[in-house]
Structure formats: C-alpha cells, structure tokens
Design a protein around this ligand. Structure first.
Ligand SMILES: O=P(O)(O)O[C@@H]1C[C@H](O)[C@@H](CO)O1
Length: 308
C-alpha cells in the first residue's frame, strides 16, 4: 500500500485503487448529505446497516432508490462478498428507511473513522434511530447458528489499542469530545425487541449479550476466544462497534443485533473451522425471520419513538 504525506492530510491508496483520506471534515459529510438529499424523495428517521449476508433486508424494501457507493461523494466502496455496496432508500412495510447494503471494515484497509463515516451521513440526512446488524460467531455456549443476539453492550478491543473512530481533532458539530457510551444500546428498544421475539415465536433463539469487534480479517485463535470468554463476551465479529460509537457521539438512538452465523471454535480438536461461506449461508437461511424481526422493530419505533 502506497502512502504519501501531504501538508495537512494523509492520503492512502485504498484496496480499490482510489484515494482514501485518513480523515474527513464536516464539510465533506455535508457534501455527501446534500448530494443524497437532492437525489432522494425520502427523509427517513431510521437507518439500517446490513451486515454480512443480511443485505436481503434492503432488497425487500419497496419503492427503492439505490445509490451505489462509487457514485456517492466521499464514500468508500465495499470490497467484501455479501456486501453489495449501495445506499438504499425505500419503504419497509410502509415505513421510510435508509439502508446501507454493505458496510466498511477496518480490515478492508480503510481508516476506522472512514468505516464509520456513513453513520454521520445518516445523521445529517435526518436519521435519528440506527439499527446496526452484523454476522458474528457465537462464543456463548448456549447460542446456536441462526440465533439472534440483541446487543446490550460491547467491548471495544480495537479501542484498547487506540483505534477509535473519534480519534483526532473533535469537531463539536458532530458531537462532544468525551461522549459517554455506557448506555449505548437503548434499553427500551432492547426490551421491545425481546417482546417482538416472543410475539414472533422465536424466543428460544433470541438472546441479549455482549459483542466485541476484532480487526480481522482472520477468524480468532482458540486462545483468543478462551480469553474473550473469560471477559464475558458472547459474540465475536469485525464491525458495528465503530458505527455505534459514532452514532452515540452524534446523539442517535441505537439498536443493534448479531445473527449468530457460526459457533466459535474453542477447542483444538474440533474438525470444523470458521469460514465466510457459512456466514453468508446462515444469513440466507434466516432471511425471513430477520426481515420480520427488523420490520416489527421499525414499526415499533414509528409508533413509540424512544425519547432521547
Ligand atoms: O459486516 P459484518 O460484521 O456482518 O461481517 C462479518 C465480519 C466479517 O466481515 C465477515 C466474516 O465472515 O462477517
């Protein structure tokens, strides 16, 4: 990867060959937002990030308007299979939403603030409620493939090493220098989601738990997973945390869940190893349940918007 130092900025050439700035400004985000607001008739209050293999949710919107990332100013492009790479505005069972059909991961080579930049765009176009979804490995022994884990908290391992989307000069127009994240995952939406799960008859495959994001792209070693288990982590992934931090920073209300796409391999004698194919496949298999779950939650937010 080529890196060139410029007077007040660092330019890296990203995985896709295009220039990818290390930082972006309020004006950049505004430019992206104005571009979208001029092109779409929608003004959604709800934004959804579709995780690996979960993009069919965006496909299911009606009266869609799609904006491939390569056409959106300042946007990175998706490089991961299972992440189509477009913004989709449309109606989810009648409710206007904005979906990221594909997200950005640190392992793709983007700076972490760039990975989270679309959340600021969501906020600037008027989104108040973020629903972030991801595929994750189930570390909690009770979890099965296909289960849903409502995220009640996270451990920001990458943040322990200083990899944080808020690192660098803080522009107060985005949010405060030192935001609290101890209530990052809205309690009322978590309770609503558990009730929705009961109403849908999926309570046996629905949990609340703690998520962590590692840098990836390799899956974890047995020793790493053993350590994370001791720390009380229930599901392991490679995303979401940076998006949630930026959403909290901007004052958005956040709900997030993991689809458990594989069981973490926690002993040396297991024959199976984690792989991206099973991750995508698990998403496909649970498509209908996930759509019903998210759609019900979106209806709930429209009818009982949580106060902030
Ligand atoms: O975007 P998410 O977090 O859903 O994707 C997970 C993490 C890796 O990108 C990939 C591994 O299979 O799935």
């Amino acid at each position: 990867m080529l890196s060139v130092v410029c007077p007040d900025d660092i330019i890296i050439v990203n995985a896709c060959g295009g220039p990818c700035r290390e930082s972006y400004t309020y004006d950049d985000v505004q430019e992206t937002s104005v571009f979208l607001l001029r092109k779409t008739k929608y003004r959604p209050a709800i934004g959804i990030i579709c995780g690996s293999g979960l993009g069919s949710l965006a496909d299911s919107l009606t009266d869609k308007e799609c904006f491939p990332y390569e056409d959106v100013p300042h946007f990175p492009v998706s490089t991961v299979r299972g992440h189509t790479g477009q913004l989709v505005f449309g109606l989810l069972d009648g409710v206007p939403v904005m979906c990221m059909q594909g997200r950005f991961h640190y392992y793709e080579g983007y700076p972490i603030c760039k990975c989270a930049m679309p959340v600021r765009v969501m906020k600037m176009v008027g989104v108040k409620y973020l629903i972030a979804t991801n595929a994750a490995g189930g570390l909690n022994e009770k979890y099965k493939v296909g289960d849903i884990m409502v995220i009640k908290d996270h451990v920001n391992f990458m943040g322990f090493a200083g990899v944080n989307p808020l690192r660098g000069p803080n522009d107060e127009r985005f949010g405060p220098r030192f935001p609290a994240v101890s209530k990052a995952y809205d309690a009322s939406l978590r309770a609503a989601a558990m009730k929705i799960g009961r109403d849908l008859g999926i309570e046996d495959s629905l949990h609340e738990g703690v998520y962590t994001c590692l840098g990836g792209p390799n899956f974890e070693t047995v020793a790493e997973l053993s350590a994370m288990k001791i720390l009380g982590i229930d599901a392991v992934g490679m995303s979401t945390v940076h998006e949630v931090i930026v959403a909290c920073h901007s004052g958005m209300t956040v709900f997030a869940f993991s689809l458990i796409t594989n069981k973490c391999v926690t002993t040396y004698d297991e024959e199976v190893v984690a792989n991206h194919e099973e991750v995508i496949e698990a998403g496909r298999e649970r498509e209908d349940v996930l759509k019903a779950f998210v759609s019900n939650l979106v209806q709930h937010i429209r009818n009982n918007p949580p106060g902030k």
